[in-house]
Design a binder for this molecule. Structure first.
Ligand code: GLC
Length: 480
């Protein structure tokens, strides 16, 4: 089966978050199971993309409204990622360093819609021109959300009408909506179909994908259930399209995320040597951040945004600095500039208990997974969440809010043979209580090390979820 994935991110070529991890891993696992998956990605100016060797496979131009833009399709020569990676070079749109955000201003690019649209048009132009059409077109998030509409409604892509399209929703908080006038930039279509692009008076790429794709999948079953009452305005649409929706929990790339072989770690360890291995990694972390070696260390790794509950952290951390239960906090991530300011200030105030690294740093993330005792994810919304699975793979106990994929992957230690600590409501009291439970667990050495030994052996790799995707693909192909 030939499947083309279209995505704005793909690790290690271009990653801003979990979407990159998933698109960098799922196609590889699908290929290991005998499928033929390829990934199409914009050619940004990231370090990885700038340092590969490519073969130019196609060069053309296409209309964007009344203008034409030129583009090239380049194939990464070696297939070293476990799949063929094709990047689309669109001068003037993607020859910039940021994926979504301009690193100089900290804001999103002004032409976000045009960038995404040129990528999608160029991708369809090339797929149409290639020898043989694919069996499935698999889109990810709103950046590729107009593809199902264009395949269905634009005469220019008439030959692709019969190919099943899938939209996987990794994050329904972002829809990519713009003023409806921008519809004139899309290749011509019957104006009577405009309704398929519209949601609430705007041109909404995610809504359009939900309406036009053959199937909607999202990255956990619980998130699928939640979208019907919490999806930033698309609730009614998710309910309406429920019949063609499916939740498949993400896996992790257990080759990249393996404490025994991880090249980003200075000290590797196996499940058998987890106790000693984590102790040494913790010592490195404690030294680096000048923390108290006697205390449990709780880490937060991720985007500093509301969705991830990052705004709860300042008060939560302060509560422990002044309270009777003591704990070290380590934070790694970037996001909301006002939170950056707060954390930078707190660092000085709570030296020895709290440290924040306000940057994107893949190596440090791996080192923190290896060296921390707990990883905290107090998310308001969490479609799947990968960090809790990375943490467990490294023998680090997750403390999570019971929401979305966190609910589906972390069993509470009180449920017997559990993996982590869960709390239900998004508020300071519950999060505080969860951390107190973590401290108590840490003090019960025997129980703590049992949980660590249990979680490091769990299998969260893509193997089983990739099989579910194949079943889903086959069901769709049968409908053609
Ligand atoms: C988004 C979601 C996250 C999910 C990831 C990959 O980043 O916020 O929960 O794990 O996509 O699907």
């Amino acid at each position: 089966m030939h499947v083309i994935h279209l995505s704005a991110e793909c690790y290690p070529a271009a990653k801003a978050g979990g979407l990159g991890d998933v698109v960098g891993a799922l196609p590889k696992y699908l290929n290991q199971l005998g499928e033929t998956c390829e990934v199409l990605l914009p050619k940004y100016q990231t370090h990885w993309l700038d340092t590969q060797e490519y073969e130019v496979v196609w060069e053309s131009s296409a209309p964007l409204g009344h203008e034409y833009f030129g583009f090239k399709i380049l194939k990464e020569k070696t297939d070293k990622l476990g799949f063929s990676l094709y990047v689309i070079d669109i001068p003037g749109r993607f020859d910039r360093p940021g994926i979504y955000i301009d690193p100089w201003s900290g804001h999103g690019y002004w032409d976000e819609f045009e960038r995404a649209l040129t990528f999608q048009i160029a991708a369809l132009e090339w797929i149409k021109a290639r020898d043989g059409l694919p069996d499935i077109i698999h889109c990810h998030d709103h950046h590729t959300g107009l593809v199902p509409f264009m395949m269905k409604e634009c005469p220019r892509f008439e030959s692709m009408k019969g190919i099943p399209s899938i939209i996987t929703v990794h994050n329904a908080e972002y829809h990519g909506w713009v003023n409806s006038e921008k519809a004139s930039l899309i290749p011509p279509f019957n104006p009577g179909s405009y309704g398929l692009l519209d949601w609430d008076g705007q041109l909404n790429p995610l809504a359009s994908a939900l309406k036009c794709s053959w199937l909607i999948s999202t990255v956990s079953q619980s998130y699928m259930d939640e979208l019907g009452f919490q999806s930033n305005g698309l609730e009614a649409l998710f309910v309406q399209e429920k019949g063609k929706s499916k939740g498949i929990v993400n896996g992790i790339d257990s080759e990249v995320w393996n404490p025994a072989t991880d090249s980003l770690l200075d000290i590797n360890y196996t499940p058998r040597g987890v106790k000693g291995g984590k102790k040494k990694n913790k010592a490195v972390l404690i030294e680096r951040f000048k923390l108290n070696p006697e205390l449990p260390t709780v880490a937060f790794i991720g985007r500093l945004v509301r969705e991830k509950g990052a705004d709860l952290l300042p008060d939560l951390i302060k509560a422990f600095m002044h309270g009777e239960h003591k704990v070290n906090f380590v934070l790694l991530g970037t996001g909301d500039p006002s939170l950056h300011e707060i954390f930078a200030r707190m660092q000085g105030d709570h030296f020895g208990f709290f440290d924040a690294t306000l940057e994107y740093n893949e190596k440090l993330a791996h080192e923190i997974y290896a060296g921390a005792d707990f990883v905290l994810m107090p998310s308001r919304v969490e479609p799947c969440g990968l960090n809790q699975m990375y943490a467990m793979r490294y023998g680090t106990i997750p403390i999570v809010r019971s929401v979305g994929g966190l609910k589906d992957t972390v069993k509470d230690i009180d449920e017997g043979e559990g993996y982590g600590i869960r709390f239900d409501e998004f508020n300071l009291q519950e999060a505080e209580h969860a951390i107190v439970r973590a401290i108590q667990l840490y003090q019960d050495k025997e129980k703590f090390s049992k949980v660590v030994s249990r979680i490091i052996k769990l299998d969260y790799s893509w193997n089983s979820s990739a099989k579910e995707y194949i079943t889903m693909y086959n069901e769709l192909i049968e409908k053609t």
